[in-house]
Design a protein around this ligand. Structure first.
Ligand code: TA6
Length: 298
């Protein structure tokens, strides 16, 4: 199948190929050997491998690749809503919509990039009647950086929420911890929205966890003790961080996860999930998430 994006391919840097299901995917390769796969469906990064060939993101073995279903794993783009209330689907429509591939790029510094856009459709207008242009740029070098920008192209202000719903692959959830959240207030969705303050320097996961940390620090770490490695997450333009692991029972109830997969994944998401962001007519907004992975950094 010749790709409809063949003209955007860059030798040894960006290729397009048939992906899972009916979808096409882009493959980004950095000169270090690091790689990234992204589906225009959802603007969804599904794989990020290190220069040593290690897969760093979790993608469920039961992930479904079909229209209307979010891909279970990688980095779902959550927009224009995080919560599930109202007419919008849970986590919004961006992750279930095909984004338009606008451009690909190989910089003089050998950064490999791809830019996609999302604009209103009849189905989106029916549930979210605002005129907008969203842009997602993914850049691969020694790190993986996602930048989402948004323009209000309408005549009235609108409000939105957003998140990069990142699924990190971990060796063993029992030997994994998040650093940087001590002293941060969080909403515990599993305790009826109870608000508490994090007291731990290392937040470990030993049960179903679903918490939104408000005004979280712009740098967080996920330490994988078993692998003696760590992720570093840096965010700008986003106030909050969400920590989610379904744990045993909820994982077993998810059709698109193997019962044991909760042991090998951890979502640490960056976004604006508490308060909504207001964008005036003609205004623009941008959010950046930079991911780095260090071996021997535990
Ligand atoms: O970000 C945490 C969360 O909102 C959890 O409540 C859980 O629902 C998770 O996202 C996955 O949501 P999804 O709609 O992708 O199944």
């Amino acid at each position: 199948m010749s790709s409809s994006h063949a003209a955007l391919e860059i030798p040894d840097a960006v290729t397009f190929e048939p992906g899972n299901g009916e979808f096409e995917r882009a493959c980004l390769t950095h000169r270090s050997g690091a790689r990234c796969e992204l589906y225009p469906y959802g603007g969804h990064v599904t794989s990020w491998t290190s220069s040593a060939g290690r897969e760093l993101l979790f993608l469920s073995e039961r992930a479904e690749f079909r229209r209307g279903k979010a891909i279970r794993g990688g980095i779902p783009i959550i927009f224009p809503q995080f919560s599930g209330q109202g007419p919008l689907p849970a986590h919004g429509f961006a992750r279930n919509t095909i984004w338009k591939v606008e451009s690909t790029n190989l910089s003089p510094e050998n950064d490999v990039g791809i830019t996609l856009s999302l604009s209103p459709s009849d189905p989106s207008r029916a549930i979210w009647p605002h005129d907008f242009l969203a842009t997602l740029t993914v850049v691969l070098n020694e790190r993986l950086t996602l930048t989402m920008s948004l323009e209000n192209r309408g005549s009235e202000s609108f409000q939105f929420q957003n998140a990069f719903h990142s699924y990190f692959r971990v060796s063993d959830i029992a030997r994994t911890a998040i650093e940087g959240l001590r002293g941060v207030a969080f909403t515990d969705f599993l305790q009826g929205g109870k608000i508490e303050t994090e007291t731990r320097e290392r937040v470990s996961i030993a049960e179903a966890t679903d918490r939104a940390y408000t005004d979280a620090p712009d740098t967080l770490r996920i330490v994988d003790d078993a692998a003696r490695s760590a992720f570093r997450i840096r965010k700008t333009g986003m106030k909050d961080a969400v920590v989610w692991n379904p744990w045993k029972e909820k994982c077993a109830a998810l059709q698109d996860m193997l019962p044991s997969e909760y042991l090998r994944m951890l979502c640490v998401e960056t976004g604006n999930v508490g308060t909504r962001v207001t964008l005036a007519p003609g205004a623009a907004w941008v959010a950046v998430m930079e991911l780095a992975h260090d071996v021997g950094a535990a």
